[in-house]
Design a protein around this ligand. Structure first.
Ligand code: SF4
Length: 435
């Protein structure tokens, strides 16, 4: 036993002395792949939606942005959070407390060369393991040095190999703005994480990062995307810049920020920078965690409720302010009901809504009616007046809908004012798969 402890201590000292470089060079490609794919799984912002359609059916190039890939990774809490992703390296000169790859973390380190990432991507693509590449990285030497290597991966894939699959590059904080602009010429999507909802949270948990600088990068990417779209309207062959837009990610539950603050920050990012997506990632406790982090992860349902609130703003015509009104006195969204139902229960005077006459905006506010159901209602009511039976063919939630709607054969009397309305409309609690 003492001998084993000695061995462990020697190995820790070996890592801490920075002599792990030699150790690292002994790692095989597959060992490094294991380390760097595992290290990338905490980043949730990798969905490949919304990019330009490209394919190689004409016999030129390789790959396609259409169809599905299979590269999934699972977070320790069981969520399927990734499509395809690796880090160029998990060495990092920054020390963000929530990050498993931070400078002071005692994890196995590894590094790929740009060429190795290119070869891996092509090999995996040809075997139909993946549909493209999501590449992020820790920071080695300097932000710009790291960014250059990541851009080289994307350039080589596109120029040297005619790769037409999807590429998402994470930009490195503090990298030269020119490099960030070059990244957008090769990648479908570029993104930089704002990391935390508030400046205070960022200063506390990521002391090396600067919120203003990160927003500056987001603004520049946004301008470049807008300019490229504009140029392509006038000149067909003007270069594309990040056709799938940009996204960002916020960690939920690592600092004291409440849901109301998160909704406000997301709304600011959507309105000011026209981001394609804001991803919310419930903080997962990491091995060897810093003492400033909470010991417990937030309930996963909190992340889900934030995604629902995000959809209300993006697709249901709610303002961020209205969604904030669904939060409680502590600024938190209820966990037992979705934010749309919470809002409706708080604004009962707006209901019941006449399904046969109400405008689309109001139909979208009825709890239980999704965008597709509303489109179908708008279509169907042109031909005849809708009854409850018609609605039950469009939605599964007809019983919880009743207090909020009027149809040709149904008008609720006092149902909307009942004290127990919340209990009557709360869906039965499902047991947690990963409780
Ligand atoms: S810069 Fe990125 S990789 Fe480095 S510690 Fe911070 S979050 Fe982790």
């Amino acid at each position: 036993m003492p001998r084993q402890r000695e061995k462990v201590q020697r190995s820790v000292a070996h890592y801490r002395n920075g002599t792990y470089k030699e150790h690292m060079s002994n790692l095989s490609l597959s060992e490094r792949l294991e380390i760097l794919a595992d290290a990338a799984k905490y980043d949730a912002s990798c969905a490949s939606s919304g990019t330009a359609k490209r394919h190689s059916r004409d016999g030129k190039g390789l790959g396609s942005t259409q169809g599905m890939g299979i590269c999934h990774a699972y977070a320790p809490d069981g969520r399927c959070i990734s499509l395809l992703k690796i880090l160029l390296t998990n060495h990092c000169i920054f020390d963000c407390h929530y990050c498993v790859n931070r400078k002071s973390s005692n994890v196995r380190r590894a590094r790929f060369t740009s060429k190795e990432v290119v070869d891996l991507t092509l090999n995996f693509y040809r075997r139909n393991y993946i549909e493209g590449l999501f590449l992020s990285s820790g920071i080695v030497k300097s932000s710009s040095h790291t960014m250059e290597q990541m851009i080289e991966v994307a350039r080589s894939l596109r120029e040297d190999h005619g790769f037409r699959g999807y590429i998402h590059l994470k930009t490195i904080p503090e990298a030269d703005p020119e490099l960030v602009e070059r990244a957008g010429l090769w990648a479908d999507r570029v993104s930089i994480n704002v990391e935390l909802p508030t400046e205070t949270g960022l200063a506390k948990l990521a002391p090396d990062k600067d919120g203003k600088q990160i927003e500056g990068v987001i603004a520049r990417i946004g301008d470049a995307i807008a300019e490229s779209r504009d140029a392509r309207k006038r000149f067909r062959h003007a270069p594309r810049f990040a056709p799938a837009g940009q996204s960002t990610q916020m960690i939920v539950g690592a600092d004291e920020a409440n849901d109301s603050q998160i909704i406000e920050r997301a709304s600011h990012l959507y309105n000011r920078f026209q981001l394609r997506r804001v991803y919310y990632s419930a903080f997962s406790p990491i091995p060897d965690a810093s003492a400033v982090l909470p010991l417990k992860r937030p309930p996963l349902i909190r992340e889900h409720r934030l995604y629902q609130s995000d959809w209300l703003v993006r697709f249901y015509g709610f303002t961020a302010n209205e969604v904030q009104q669904a939060t409680d006195a502590d600024g938190m969204l209820p966990l037992d009901i979705d934010p749309k139902l919470a809002w409706a229960l708080g604004y009962r005077e707006r209901f019941p809504v006449d399904i046969n006459r109400a405008p689309r905006e109001m139909l979208l506010r009825v709890p239980g009616l999704g965008t597709r159901a509303v489109a179908a209602i708008m279509q169907a009511r042109r031909c005849h007046r809708l009854r409850l039976d018609d609605l039950s063919r469009l939605t599964r939630f007809i019983s919880s809908l009743r207090p909020f709607i009027i149809t040709a054969d149904w008008r609720p009397t006092l149902l909307i004012d009942r004290l127990d309305l919340r209990a009557r409309t709360t869906p039965p609690r499902q047991m947690e798969l990963f409780g």
